[in-house]
Design a protein. Structure first.
Length: 292
């Protein structure tokens, strides 16, 4: 059965879900998106995701032709149309159809589409054994040049780093700032544990302030685990007791090897396991219902 897509106010089969070759989202990466998870028939933290989508759109002066409530409702309806219980939702807003020039004024109407489908970013066994990472030579875009809070359609910076990971045969890679400090991974935020304290880069490091990242910080606070948002070099990760990544698709996945350095004892650590358990418990009880 083909997927049903929300496209500019209509639910259409995926074969009919088409955008113009003159859409500025395609031509220039001019648009914004959100990746959202559904768990057990509920959309997790939907309001927060739509809030961030609205902030991203406002930052690039893109007017979404829907209210917050309409976007939430369309997301749920797309999940329902695909009988989604557990899966991934991609909500995309582009500048819309224009001409071959850059001028956004030539795009009178934004394009809006929503995809709801299954996803599994990492095999389940990696949550038990942990990931191997490399440090990528591709540096993260500077926060002084492009606001990292804008979740835009232009992911070339991340894709170039991801190609390095593919070449090295690893699942993820750490991206550094232009000053050589840890920023984030190609698709995930990064944390490490040292002396019982969580450490993660701040937004000034050019990171996207992930919804899962913020959720994990909240869970840590509830568990009495201190979390510091600060700049640090990759050598701090090498010397860490534990390390893990967070993301909408990844949830919370342990890291056991970075650039050939074994992290801790080479196995997912106790704090990582507690946080993952807490996160999965939260997803069982929180979210916007898909099926009333």
């Amino acid at each position: 059965m083909s997927l049903m897509m929300y496209l500019d106010g209509e639910m259409v089969p995926e074969e009919q879900a088409k955008v113009s070759v003159f859409d500025h989202g395609l031509l220039y990466g001019d648009g914004v998106f959100e990746g959202i998870r559904a768990y057990d028939g509920r959309v997790f933290r939907l309001d927060q995701h739509i809030d961030r989508l609205e902030r991203s759109a406002k930052a690039i002066m893109l007017s979404i032709p829907m209210t917050h409530e309409e976007m939430c409702r369309a997301t749920v309806e797309t999940c329902r149309a695909n009988e989604l219980v557990d899966g991934y939702v991609r909500f995309v807003v582009t500048r819309g159809v224009g001409d071959l020039g850059l001028d956004p004024r030539k795009c009178p109407k934004p394009t809006v589409f929503i995809i709801a489908a299954g996803i599994q970013l990492y095999p389940e066994e990696l949550y038990e054994t942990g990931l191997t990472l490399i440090t990528c030579s591709t540096r993260r875009n500077s926060a002084s040049c492009l606001d990292p809070g804008v979740k835009s359609l232009n992911y070339l910076n991340n894709i170039l780093a991801r190609m390095e990971c593919n070449h090295a045969g690893v699942a993820e890679g750490i991206m550094l700032t232009s000053e050589g400090m840890v920023s984030e991974c190609t698709a995930d935020n990064i944390f490490y544990v040292g002396g019982g304290v969580l450490n993660t880069p701040p937004t000034e490091a050019g990171i996207l302030n992930g919804i899962t990242r913020q959720t994990v910080i909240e869970i840590a606070a509830d568990l009495g685990i201190e979390c510091r948002e600060r700049m640090f070099p990759v050598s701090d990760v090498y010397a860490a007791d534990e390390c893990f990544l967070t993301g909408t698709g990844a949830e919370l996945v342990p890291v056991v090897d970075v650039d050939g350095r074994i992290i801790g004892n080479g196995k997912p650590g106790a704090i990582t396991k507690r946080l993952l358990e807490g996160f999965r418990e939260l997803t069982k009880s929180e979210g916007t219902p898909i099926y009333d």
